[in-house]
Design a protein around this ligand. Structure first.
Ligand code: MN
Ligand code: MN
Length: 468
């Protein structure tokens, strides 16, 4: 008898990797590690992406009056959201192949009036950003990144905690010896986010530097220090964006080094894969290829730099305006409708220690390639952007032609899992969109784990899609 055809297989891809693939996979991940160590905030991810694409000849869209096939351009919003484009053989009005990811990640933000003193310790008051398990962030060494902008426009860049000589910051926790009351509480209620202040100092100001207007002397010492070392005042924090992220660099995980543990895989792992795929495209692709790296996904894609803004359609209009297109207004609408996108976001990998969260046969497995999530949402697909079968069939064709390993899954067991990405914001233009990204262990933890094999296969899937 012939072997049965068309079986769905989900296998560890490392088993059948060729020597050439292993080499390419290693090189890909070495570069990803260096990117991830730099891109610790959305602003830094933006700057690093621009640095890389400019080195390849991409120029700011505003510097060009016309666009021809093969042109490489980019456009940004507020130093956070980025669109990078390679103009295709076909006019933009015929549609764009888009890889859309996000570069913000869960973290701890600093409040506008942060400096306070309690019991002789000076703290910065914080407000967490995105979906976190609060206890993960207690006692962890934290690095502080961001900008403080003064009314005259001067920008002070802050990056403290990742150089070996730097100090770090910490949210303290109660010791287990005194922790009986805390241990008796529900996990979700045990940690009051108002108590998640970070320690910034504990030395009172010297007597000859005193100022009687400030009663708290440790706070005063910190104010003196901020003035001296950074030239900023307490008021300057009103116009600042400061983020606490885990201090430390991404590392290889395990004796076999099969995985990478790092902060912010969600979603810099897909952002990097998309960017690299665009950078490696043929000189003139058939359709225009685009990578969209947006901000604020973790808090609902809101705001000017989130996917719910008009950034994408404005940017498409800017492209169309440079192609001498008849009836440009309707051409923009047509381009939006005829585009198609891989919503490049991470998903949950099945964790052998937490099987009750799994949907058997429909969960991503580590090392089985990038994972396609046909629909996200929760409880009866609520809030999902459910991709149509015809689009998925076409993606099967593209991936098979390139000999790719990939898998299909859901975001966890029915009524136990769920979530959303930027897919639905793009689907409203009428375009085809589906989620496709790297499966993770401990998503949204300070340190997330990803498979090197899956990172590499996801990049190849994005590249095959952009080149189609
Ligand atoms: Mn994400
Ligand atoms: Mn996320």
């Amino acid at each position: 008898m012939d072997k049965i055809k068309g079986l769905v297989k989900r296998e560890n891809g490392y088993r059948k990797m060729t020597a050439d693939e292993a080499k390419a996979c290693a090189a890909y991940n070495a570069d990803y590690l260096s990117y991830l160590g730099i891109a610790k905030t959305e602003r830094r991810a933006y700057d690093e992406a621009v640095r890389r694409i400019e080195a390849l000849g991409f120029v700011e869209l505003s510097t060009k009056d016309t666009l021809k096939p093969g042109d490489k351009v980019y456009r940004g919003y507020h130093g956070k959201t980025l669109m990078a484009v390679v103009i295709g053989e076909e006019p933009v009005a015929k549609g764009i192949n888009v890889i859309g990811g996000h570069t913000d990640a869960p973290r701890i933000d600093i409040k506008p009036v942060p400096i306070c003193e309690k019991g002789g310790i000076a703290y910065f008051d914080t407000h967490y950003y995105g979906g976190i398990k609060k206890f993960h962030w207690l006692t962890h060494p934290l690095a502080l990144y961001g900008v403080i902008v003064k009314p005259d426009g001067t920008k002070v860049e802050i990056a403290i905690g990742d150089k070996p000589e730097d100090p770090v910051f910490q949210i303290t926790d109660i010791l287990p010896h005194f922790g009986a009351e805390q241990s008796g509480k529900k996990l979700g209620e045990a940690f009051d986010p108002e108590d998640m202040d970070i320690v910034v100092g504990s030395i009172p100001v010297a007597e000859d530097e005193d100022d009687e207007d400030v009663k708290e002397k440790v706070k005063l010492n910190i104010l003196r220090l901020l003035e001296k070392e950074y030239g900023v005042t307490e008021e300057d924090f009103l116009s600042a964006e400061l983020e606490l992220v885990p201090a430390g660099m991404p590392r290889e995980l395990g004796l076999d080094r099969a995985m990478i543990v790092g902060y912010g895989h969600d979603d810099r792992v897909c952002a990097y894969a998309g960017l690299k795929a665009l950078m490696d495209l043929p000189a003139i692709p058939r359709r225009t290829g685009m990578v969209l790296l947006c901000d604020k996904e973790e808090i609902g894609s809101v705001g000017a730099t989130g996917m719910d803004s008009t950034f994408f359609e404005n940017s498409v209009a800017e492209l169309i305006a440079r192609q001498n297109t008849p009836s440009p207004e309707v051409a923009v609408r047509r381009a939006l409708e005829a585009s198609r996108m891989l919503s490049a976001d991470v998903c949950a990998a099945s964790d052998p220690h937490f099987p009750t969260a799994d949907s058997p046969n429909n969960m991503a497995m580590m090392h089985a390639g990038g994972c396609m999530i046909k629909y996200t949402g929760a409880r009866g697909k609520g809030g999902a952007s459910d991709a149509r079968a015809e689009f998925i069939a076409d993606l099967r064709r593209i991936f098979a032609a390139d000999g790719l390993t990939w898998q299909a899954g859901e975001l966890g067991r029915c009524e136990k899992g769920g979530g959303g990405t930027i897919a639905l914001y793009m689907a409203r233009y009428g375009m085809d969109v589906v989620d496709f990204g790297v499966p993770l262990f401990n998503m949204h933890a300070p340190w997330e784990a990803a498979s090197k094999y899956d990172c590499y296969m996801t990049y190849r899937a994005y590249k095959a899609f952009l080149a189609d």
